[in-house]
Design a protein around this ligand. Structure first.
Ligand code: ZN
Length: 201
């Protein structure tokens, strides 16, 4: 093992940074050095922001989003379309859809997908909460915005069956050619899905 180049406090900072998604040991060392060089401008404010976030963050008891208020900012927003509920796997997916700003409804975060291989069953997801929310809530459409993976689609079918007794329109995202994509580069599964999901021009 290589000799340590810094004291345990700095080593600890590097180790923790290395656990962030997208950062390995090398980029964690660079980030730690950068933070220490910018101690006043960056390290201090970042430490304060993290301490405050640790104190204040809560999971929304209605939708599963992460925020500093419960119900969350989205659930409290009265300008949103109360008749549309978008079901997503994770908070990251919710935030991605919000960035795209295409639906102004409310969300429901499942907290994962059904995955028999990984031992994730219906009880591990926020499905009971979904059924409670959907029953008699004046909704007209449930949009299943889950990933186009085998597990995502299994989950979409399960949710559709779960809500089948309610008179609701259940839709899912289209599968197919990405915007800016070229047919020649797509795999056969994507091309076949695009062909099946074709729409009138
Ligand atoms: Zn919420």
């Amino acid at each position: 093992m290589a000799d340590r180049v810094a004291g345990p406090e700095i080593e600890r900072l590097i180790q923790l940074l290395a656990r962030l998604p997208g950062l390995g040991p090398r980029s964690a060392r660079r980030a730690a050095l950068h933070l220490m060089r910018k101690r006043e401008d960056l390290l201090g404010p970042l430490a304060d922001a993290m301490a405050l976030a640790r104190e204040r963050i809560v999971t929304c008891s209605a939708c599963g989003n992460i925020d500093t208020i419960d119900p969350c900012t989205i659930c409290c927003d009265v300008r949103r379309d109360a008749t549309t509920l978008v079901v997503v796997e994770t908070v990251a997916d919710l935030w991605a859809l919000e960035r795209a700003a295409v639906v102004r409804g409310r969300y429901h975060v499942l907290g994962g997908v059904l995955s028999p291989l990984d031992g994730v069953g219906p009880d591990d997801l926020n499905l009971a909460g979904l059924v409670d929310r959907v029953s008699g809530a004046g909704l007209s459409e449930i949009i299943l915005a889950v990933n186009a993976t085998v597990d995502g689609q299994t989950t979409a079918h399960y949710v559709t069956d779960l809500l089948a007794h309610l008179d609701l329109k259940v839709t899912r995202l289209a599968h197919g050619v990405p915007v800016g994509g070229e047919l020649d580069y797509l795999d056969e599964g994507t091309l076949a899905a695009a062909m099946r999901s074709r729409t009138a021009f």
